[in-house]
Write a protein that binds this ligand. Structure first.
Ligand SMILES: O=c1ccn([C@@H]2O[C@H](COP(=O)(O)O)[C@@H](O)[C@H]2O)c(=O)[nH]1
Length: 238
């Protein structure tokens, strides 16, 4: 889990996914399956990717009443994912229920998936947060508040941006995971992301894992782009 580069496979179906993965030969990847793919293909996409030896972050960002989240997590635990998530805005009781569900659904002999909480989406700016969510504190304070809530609930870490990672580790401990989307090389389009940073910056801030989607999946040469991003994330330069 630590220092992983997670590729977000935001594709509409299995066919596109396996066509895309062909380019990576037999490399075992850390793959993020999100709503777009999971809502089309369901659990079978997880089984297929696990069978190929990939690690899976199932990014469904659960946010509902505690009982519903507990039941959903019980089912997700059986899929054998490595990492799942909820929205911290669902509250401490909901996050505790998520963990209870995961523990109840984890198959004997397998570890339970790591569970992290989304703090403020990387597509949210401070201005949007204040005007649309009516949260009248600096964005970093909101992220740190949600991270502390997640920690109190017993979660393993958070989704945040690289800008908040160092302070989260300082307050919550180095083993508390910071998983950061919104990663772009300087030459990449930012698209709908607001809190964007390079892999090098993420590394310098002690981020636990980066999530990269379109810069790789929409690239003319995805394998080359993956290698370029991986090198700058791992600090290996030729
Ligand atoms: O705050 C968040 C939480 C999740 N995501 C997800 O990460 C990827 C990022 O994809 P890009 O194409 O690299 O922008 C995407 O699947 C999001 O659902 C996020 O971006 N921000």
């Amino acid at each position: 889990m630590e220092k992983s580069l997670i590729i977000a496979l935001d594709f509409a179906g299995k066919q596109e996914v396996f066509q895309f993965l062909k380019q990576f030969n037999d490399e075992k990847l850390f793959i993020k399956v999100g709503m777009e793919l999971f809502y089309q293909e369901g659990p079978s996409i997880i089984y297929d990717l696990k069978e190929k030896g990939h690690d899976i972050f199932l990014d469904l960002k659960l946010h509902d009443i505690p009982n519903t989240v507990k039941g959903a997590m019980k089912g997700l635990a059986r899929l054998g994912c490595d990492l799942v998530n909820v929205h911290a805005a669902g509250g401490k009781e909901m996050m505790e229920a998520a963990l209870e569900g995961l523990e109840a659904g984890t198959v004997a002999g397998q570890g339970r998936p790591f569970c992290i909480a989304v703090t403020q989406l990387t597509s949210t700016s401070e201005e949007q947060m204040q005007e649309e969510q009516l949260i009248h504190v600096p964005l970093e304070e909101s992220v740190l508040h949600y991270a502390a809530l997640a920690k109190t609930a017993g979660l393993d870490g958070v989704v945040c941006s690289p800008f908040e990672s160092k302070q989260i580790h300082h307050l919550m401990g180095e083993s508390f995971l910071t998983v950061t989307p919104g990663i772009r090389l300087k030459t990449d389009h930012v698209q709908d992301q607001k809190r964007v940073a390079t892999p090098e910056f993420a590394k310098s801030e002690g981020v636990s894992a980066i999530v990269v989607g379109r810069p790789i999946t929409k690239s003319e040469n995805p394998l080359e782009k993956y290698i370029e991003i991986k090198r700058s994330w791992e600090g290996v330069h030729q």
